[in-house]
Design a protein around this ligand. Structure first.
Ligand code: AN7
Length: 392
């Protein structure tokens, strides 16, 4: 099927569309190789000719922090954290947004929109500003972290709060987009989003010296990111650039785990969760749009799905911040919480090499940080009193 401007779903199976390159095309792309920095370093694997105006904020090129403390406790031979919170708007969404906004510009869109638990909105708003487009973000009222809302405000997006959850927001916007040709949809059902997001797999592979780890752990909400990660990995393997593929560990929050549940029941369909709950508001999603592709990715990779409780998420957030110096939002911490669970279950063997993807920065959700235990004392502006307190 050729690329139509505003068609997002397959008319027969109703799944979101995927951009597919045939083997010959992939080989040609691999021969062009990788040049430059960030997401656009992988332009040879992106669906553009090269002469279009790129809408970029220097996304990608995020650090792969090798664990200095936790890996020992977890008895892993290697553990690293892919810190996607260090993207321009502080989440992994920017990888997909640079590509989708470039596409929006190419097809002459003036208005972009997304439904969001917060990060997609922040990213979409920033890239729309850069591209001189109007941006509307449709968010579940009272359910998105303040840092993310602040970003949408700052970038001048039109903020529409839906009285309902994320799934209601997405469903409503999708229906509107079916009728309204003016809006270009920036959710991960837009196949260009996934093209950008797949570059995280390319980067991990390059940063590890053109090697793949045994496992990659990744939080799963609407399931676009895990779908994109697997697509990129398969393309690398398909061109024989990578000699092996990692196994994928998809992590969901206990109160929002339709894909993990289907995986464990051996089902080929998910049972949507009507009222998802978790403190990890980014992944408070009950009807993930890319569930089928995510299940397929996990199964094809001989991977696994786990669900983690809010307590486990908070604990992982604390451990990352206090033992590795990396402050992430709760949804991101779920990739470490899930890794710990998979190790406890014996799904991931001791001595394995693992990369955990940390999807968003801790400052996105300042309220969540207050759930971590901490000490604070007030003193008068008086050196002796300060000294007394410091001696504890
Ligand atoms: C920090 O912003 O869905 O499985 O609307 O913000 O690709 O959905 C965010 C998702 C993980 C899950 N970590 O990724 C949105 C939104 C963070 C996130 C996910 C999200 P997907």
């Amino acid at each position: 099927m050729s690329l139509k401007d505003r068609v997002y779903f397959c008319p027969s199976c109703k799944d979101p569309l995927t951009i597919v390159y045939d083997d010959r095309e992939l080989k040609e792309r691999a021969e062009v190789g990788f040049h430059g920095k960030g997401v656009w370093r992988y332009a040879s694997f992106l669906p553009f000719k090269g002469d279009e105006e790129k809408i970029s904020l220097n996304e990608g090129d995020t650090p792969l922090h090798v664990s200095v403390n936790i890996f020992r406790e977890l008895k892993l031979s290697f553990l690293a954290f892919k810190n996607e919170g260090l993207n321009p708007t502080a989440s992994f969404k920017d990888r997909g947004m640079t590509v989708a906004t470039t596409r929006a510009k190419q097809i002459g869109s003036k208005v972009v929109a997304c439904a969001s638990t917060g990060n997609t909105a922040a990213s979409c708003a920033a890239y729309a500003s850069r591209a001189n487009m109007l941006c509307a973000v449709v968010v579940p009222e009272g359910q998105i972290a303040f840092g993310k809302l602040a970003q949408s405000i700052a970038h001048g997006a039109k903020i529409i709060k839906v009285k309902g959850n994320f799934d209601d927001a997405l469903e409503t916007l999708l229906k509107l987009c079916e009728e309204n040709e003016k809006i270009y949809l920036m959710n991960s059902v837009n196949p260009f989003r996934l093209e950008g997001q797949k570059t995280v797999g390319f980067e991990i592979w390059e940063q590890m010296g053109r090697k793949m780890p045994d496992w990659i752990s990744i939080p799963v909400g609407n399931a676009g990111n895990i779908t994109a990660l697997w697509k990129g990995i398969k393309e690398l393997k398909g061109t024989k650039l990578a000699d092996k593929v990692p196994r994928l560990l998809g992590v969901q929050a206990e109160g929002a785990s339709p894909i993990a549940d289907a995986f464990h029941k051996g089902l080929d369909v998910i049972r949507p969760i009507e009222s998802p709950t978790t403190i990890a508001t980014a992944i408070r999603i009950g009807k993930p749009a890319s569930w089928r592709r995510a299940l397929k990715a996990v199964r094809e990779s001989r991977g696994y799905m786990v669900k983690v409780s809010d307590e486990e998420i908070v604990e992982a957030q604390k451990v990352l911040a206090r033992k590795e110096g990396i402050f992430v939002e709760p949804a991101s911490a779920s990739s470490l919480a899930g890794l710990k669970k998979a190790l406890d279950l014996g799904v991931i063997e001791k001595g394995s090499s693992v990369v955990a993807i940390l999807t968003g920065h801790g400052l996105k959700d300042p309220e969540a940080a207050q759930r971590l235990s901490y000490e604070e004392v007030s003193v008068k502006p008086d050196p002796p009193e300060l000294a007394k307190v410091l001696r504890i």
